[in-house]
Design a protein around this ligand. Structure first.
Ligand code: TXE
Length: 466
């Protein structure tokens, strides 16, 4: 199989290998022209009342909902995720726009007590032109995380989707225009990471940049934007631990692990990437886990009954295969799966079996790196302290979960784990009003909720002397 990922702007269906369409390859000059358009649109948009901005965002959300079937099919075709997940993602985008539309009119500062110098108050203002760089794993949801707060606050936005998944993003941008978004308020710039992403990172006209992607590219974005004084939000890789205590509801935890890992074919920043199970329940737990994992039917995400689609890219597929083969070479036990699927209906796609690996070596890449595919390492632990030690033995600190009925366990885990978001008896779910983001190599800043809105505004203090 040869790698068909391209820099020429073609978009491939990861289930069939067919060319679905293409996007324009912007040059640096094209990106700068889009930044100028966003700059020209800023004055009018920032002075449009919050009520009108909200009306436009609500209208856009409503059209997105009306067209969700068409959009979901396109998203599945370009990204690979199964249709029900694509529908959830499209609805998730609409949810985010509606959330920010509903709070745009509440943006406010506060009045300070009278001092010897007179009266003072603070107010919140939009920053100007903002930038967004989006990856291919959740292109529409992540577009919402950045578009919702940036536009609701009165900024204009230059947004770069991944070259692997630009098509649904472009359709949604058209819908937002149809909903009444003035020209220049949302500029989509397509093309390569180096040129298009680089131009955004280096621009002095962009006041804030929100990037989601790998930790390595995040570091490059930091380097490129150094000296431009832009505000950076970085949502980077994760290697989320899930800890199952001996008092947990085992069936609920098994379901949580399976959906937490194999959702989106394992390509989610806050997926369950390492599973730690108390030794008292280990055998029962992995028996049930194996059974449920083997029931996942793999295939083209457009087909009914399919539970997991292909990986998005050939390079991703080969990387996952390499990591699993490294484990096999060390005679580590693969409980189920472990292979590329390439016969019959799978021939042209990027399919890999849902895979469970039991007790890999402590320094295995499975327990150290961000594994972006359907492979779950399961490790037995003798106590919560050991589990927390393992959980923190990674450069990442995005999400983490503990499954228990004990308040004491929940409290100790949430205190001890290095993570930006901690779930108890749940993993992965993040509604629009809940802020989340990472620690350590998982990034800086927050998406969602009021915290994200704040990233797109500056606080100005006014002092009025009599
Ligand atoms: O990501 P990149 P890739 C991880 C995951 C995955 C690996 C590689 O492990 O296997 O990263 O994925 C743009 N300046 N995650 O290569 O390169 C790029 O065009 C500015 C985890 O797709 O980080 C795309 O729009 N921008 C992650 C975006 O950055 C640049 C989600 C992300 O691409 C650029 C995605 C540059 N020099 C990948 N180079 C998560 N945890 O959510 C590239 N880009």
């Amino acid at each position: 199989m040869e790698d068909r990922d391209t820099v020429r702007g073609e978009v491939f269906n990861p289930a069939t290998g067919e060319v679905l369409g293409s996007s324009v390859t912007f040059t640096t000059e094209d990106v700068n022209a889009s930044i100028d358009s966003a700059k020209n649109a800023f004055l009018e948009w920032s002075q449009t009342s919050a009520r009108i901005r909200s009306v436009i965002l609500f209208r856009a959300a409503s059209i997105v909902r009306e067209e969700q079937n068409r959009l979901s099919e396109l998203l599945t075709s370009e990204q690979g995720k199964i249709l029900p997940e694509a529908k959830n993602e499209i609805q998730g985008f609409a949810n985010i726009l509606e959330y920010y539309a509903s709070i745009a009119g509440t943006i406010s500062g506060y009045a300070l007590p009278k001092s010897d110098y007179g009266y003072a108050f603070t107010k919140k203002e939009p920053l100007g032109v903002c930038g967004a760089i989006i990856p291919w794993n959740m292109p529409v949801l992540i577009m919402g995380w950045k578009t919702g707060p940036a536009l609701a606050a009165g900024n204009t936005l230059v947004l770069k989707p991944s070259q692997k998944t630009p098509l649904t993003t472009l359709k949604i941008a058209e819908i937002m225009k149809r909903a009444g978004l003035p020209d220049g308020v949302l500029e989509i710039v397509t093309g390569s990471g180096d040129i298009v992403g680089g131009a955004i990172a280096k621009s002095r006209e962009i006041s804030a940049l929100s990037f989601t992607g790998s930790s390595g590219t995040g570091a490059e974005v930091e380097r490129l934007s150094c000296g431009t004084h832009k505000r950076l939000t970085l949502e980077l890789g994760g290697s989320d631990p899930m800890v199952v205590c001996s008092d947990a509801d085992i069936d609920m935890a098994v379901s949580g692990a399976v959906s937490g890992r194999f959702f989106n074919c394992g390509q989610t920043c806050t997926a369950v990437k390492r599973l730690f199970v108390f030794e008292e329940i280990f055998d029962v737990f992995i028996g049930k886990l194996k059974e449920k994992t083997e029931k996942i039917s793999v295939g083209n995400g457009l087909l009914k009954g399919v539970g997991m689609g292909p990986l998005n890219s050939r390079e991703g597929l080969f990387e996952i295969n390499k990591i699993v083969r490294e484990e096999l070479d060390r005679e580590i036990s693969v409980l189920t799966g472990g292979n590329i699927l390439n016969e019959g209906q799978f021939r042209e796609g990027n399919f890999f079996e849902p895979t469970l690996v039991v007790n890999p070596r402590e320094n295995s890449r499975l327990l150290r790196d961000e594994i972006f595919g359907p492979v779950l390492p399961v490790v037995s632990v003798d106590s919560l302290d050991t589990a927390i030690d393992y959980a923190n033995k990674t450069e990442f600190g995005l999400g983490a979960s503990v499954w228990t009925k004990s308040l004491k366990n929940a409290y100790s885990f949430s205190e001890g784990v290095d993570a930006g978001i901690v779930w108890v008896n749940k993993h992965l779910k993040i509604p629009p009003e809940i802020p989340f983001g990472g620690e350590k190599s998982s990034g800086t800043g927050r998406e969602n909720g009021l915290s994200a809105l704040d990233r797109y505004m500056r606080e100005k203090t006014v002092i009025i002397s009599p």
